[in-house]
Design a protein around this ligand. Structure first.
Ligand SMILES: Cc1ncc(COP(=O)(O)O)c(C=O)c1O
Length: 393
């Protein structure tokens, strides 16, 4: 008997172990499915339905026959809508040759990294980071280096540490701005300093900007707005969070034209075009002048204020007010428990699911993350349970 033919190097680089980042979430989801009344604050899913106009457009688009093959880089109409949106962020004209439509920002990260780096190259990503990056970066075969985002620096990166992490093989830096799980937003000066490092060392600067619409403090600057760095900046966007359209898989990448063209070929190979009526729905979403994301931001800000008020004054846990995003990190170090134990006991004793953030990287240790994607009353109830659990420790 011969042995089975085996697998590619790419496939073998990807771990088929369950991702430990989601352990508490998976456990909670299982128990909830079995009938336990568990409040899930462990995932970044908006609780609002998508805009009504989007749902109407899906039906209308299907009725118009928009159920055919599309083209690799995206339908003209949605590309035009993305160009208009990104032009506002960039303060310069973003044209169709800069844009590729992807089924979500995560796929956009995958596609753009596959386009610009590969095995043997080095890439820097600060940790903690959004857990699925591990597999996305793993697929490319790059050698990944991390720098720590320290809680003492409000999880903002040290430019010196970034500089020190660069080697002769480093070809790209990936930043998440605004950041998940920490909720930090890079200042324009920080971004400029990072972009300058990338220019000095001839690297790509890839920015995952999926939380760009939910800014509570300071100002968001897209990498697209950094003048003089247009030849190396790639920005990833999505409607998943801003328009509560996670399941639509509607995202994009904005890049220099040549990178866009090359990524387009990869898209052709991989997807042979995305769903027409989904793209149409996105075009309609983006035509609202930002009304929907503004309302979502107001909602999250209101909830954030409530969470902060509930947790204020505890000696055992300290919420960190995020500058942006959909999450609140809570420093649980004074409790004396590690975050895993804290999260598991909280689930057992108070039936609230949260994520321990060391699973996003070691610098997230001693913290848990809760999502604001839950209706106000349930969120307040969950926060009270967290407080009760902590105070009893
Ligand atoms: C930082 C970050 N990037 C990307 C994504 C995924 O975005 P999309 O749904 O557009 O693929 C998420 C979702 O939670 C995220 O937190």
């Amino acid at each position: 008997m011969t042995s089975a033919p085996g697998f590619s190097a790419l496939s073998l680089r990807l771990s088929d172990e369950p991702d430990p980042a989601w352990e508490v979430h998976a456990l909670a989801a299982q128990r909830r499915a079995a009938g336990e009344d568990i409040i899930m604050l462990s995932i970044g899913e908006p609780d609002s339905p998508p805009p009504a106009a989007v749902l109407t457009e899906i039906e209308a688009s299907i009725a118009r026959g928009r159920t055919r093959y599309s083209n690799a880089r995206g339908e003209d109409s949605v590309i035009a809508a993305i160009c208009a949106y990104a032009t506002k962020q960039a303060g310069r004209e973003i044209r169709p040759e800069h844009v590729n439509f992807f089924p979500g920002a995560q796929t956009a990260l995958f596609g753009m990294l596959m386009t610009v780096v590969g095995p043997g190259d080095g890439l820097i990503v600060p940790e903690p980071f959004y857990a699925p990056y591990t597999q996305v970066l793993g697929a490319t075969g790059v050698e990944v280096s991390h720098i720590a985002l320290h809680p003492e620096h409000a999880f903002h990166p040290s430019i010196d540490e970034l500089h020190a992490a660069i080697s002769s093989r480093t070809r790209a830096m990936v930043i998440t701005n605004p950041h998940n799980p920490t909720g930090s937003v890079l200042t324009r000066d920080e971004l400029m300093a990072i972009a300058e490092l990338c220019r000095e060392h001839n690297m790509w600067l890839v920015a995952d900007e999926v939380y760009n619409e939910f800014i509570y403090e300071g100002e968001f600057t897209s990498v697209l707005a950094l003048e003089g760095y247009e030849d190396r900046t790639i920005a990833l966007g999505t409607l998943s969070k801003s328009y509560a359209m996670t399941g639509f898989r509607h995202g994009w990448a904005i890049s220099p034209a040549e990178a866009g063209a090359r990524a387009g070929v990869l898209l052709e190979a991989m997807l042979f075009g995305c769903v027409q009526f989904i793209q149409d729905a996105g075009t309609v979403a983006l035509s609202d002048g930002g009304a929907f994301p503004r309302a979502e931001r107001e909602k999250y800000l209101r909830r954030l204020d409530k969470v902060m008020a509930e947790l204020e004054g505890s000696d055992v846990i300290h919420p960190r007010r995020p500058e942006a995003g959909m999450f609140v990190m809570i420093d649980i170090r004074p409790s004396g428990l590690d975050a895993d134990t804290f999260a598991k006991r909280l689930l057992d004793e108070q039936k609230v699911a949260v994520l321990p953030t060391h699973t996003f990287g070691p610098s997230g240790a001693g913290h848990i993350r809760i999502s604001l994607g839950m209706d106000d009353d349930t969120l307040v109830e969950a926060t009270r349970r967290i407080r009760r659990f902590a105070d009893a420790l």
